[in-house]
Design a protein around this ligand. Structure first.
Ligand code: ADP
Ligand code: ADP
Length: 227
């Protein structure tokens, strides 16, 4: 895991109002940071700049003390957990989790096996290793996606509205699950949402964005007492 340091980050598309306008946020090692705000406020753009899917117009992005502005996504060692989990439907849970390790070609088969089992125990997926994603619940799929990130020892998890397609009941369960797992794993997390409930219940701190600007950066408790 690693700290993420954003300093005076700007994203300018074309010549309009900047999508992200001079935002500085420090996410500490192991911290769960929420980015919240209405549609169009720049939160996805900021997340995509952290991952490296979007160029930074100006400012500095440091991960684990290293400037990553010019690094490709694969060289940043971050794990994006997408809304649709991006699992391979034809592969078993085991193979989905093993996938990044096989791709890296650095480990023997038995080392891969050890890592997959360790991650699946942590995520309580050991009973489901031979199943295909299509036969899993939404929560289990989310855990497989996190398993893939854990085996490659990603420095941080990045979530972009992972629950927005789920019904209210499942969303509540998943909230609890993500928060529990994040605490257990202690992995640095940045989580984008437009949902106030998620923002106030999931994270250690909440960054409130509005029209590309950072309006507030506070704990949920501070936001409750001083909204
Ligand atoms: P949010 O995730 O908060 O909904 P976005 O980061 O997606 O907001 O968008 C922030 C602003 O940047 C919006 O005004 C949006 O229209 C604009 N924007 C996002 N992506 C692009 C792009 N690829 N080209 C031009 N403008 C964009
Ligand atoms: P290349 O530069 O060889 O095309 P990249 O590593 O830049 O490959 O990534 C290609 C695509 O893979 C990206 O556009 C993105 O969709 C996806 N990707 C790679 N790494 C990540 C990551 N850590 N998080 C999210 N998406 C990623």
């Amino acid at each position: 895991m690693a700290a993420i340091h954003m300093k005076n980050i700007v994203k300018q598309y074309g010549d309009g109002f900047p999508a992200v306008n001079d935002i500085s946020i420090d996410v500490a090692d192991g911290e769960f940071m929420i980015l919240v705000g209405p549609s169009g406020c720049g939160k996805s753009t900021l997340l995509r700049m952290i991952v490296g899917l979007e160029d930074i117009t100006s400012g500095d992005m440091l991960i684990d003390g290293k400037r990553v502005n010019d690094l490709a996504p694969r060289d940043r060692n971050l794990a994006m957990v997408f809304q649709n989990y991006a699992l391979y439907p034809h592969l078993s849970v085991y193979e989905n989790i093993a996938f990044p390790l096989r791709l890296a070609r650095k480990l023997s088969e038995s080392e891969i096996d050890d890592k997959v089992h360790e991650a699946s125990r942590l995520l309580e997926l050991d009973e489901h290793l031979q199943r295909k994603p299509g036969n899993l619940s939404g929560g289990q799929r989310q855990r497989v996606a996190m398993g893939r990130a854990i085996v490659r020892q990603a420095d941080a998890f990045l979530f972009d509205e992972p629950l927005s397609n789920l019904d209210a009941k499942l969303r509540g369960q998943m909230r609890t699950e993500i928060s529990r797992l994040q605490k257990r794993l202690g992995i640095t997390t940045v989580y984008v949402t437009h949902d106030q409930t998620e923002a106030m219940t999931l994270g250690d701190r909440v960054a409130v964005l509005k029209r590309g600007l950072l309006q507030q950066l506070a704990t949920p408790r501070e936001l409750y007492t001083n909204p």
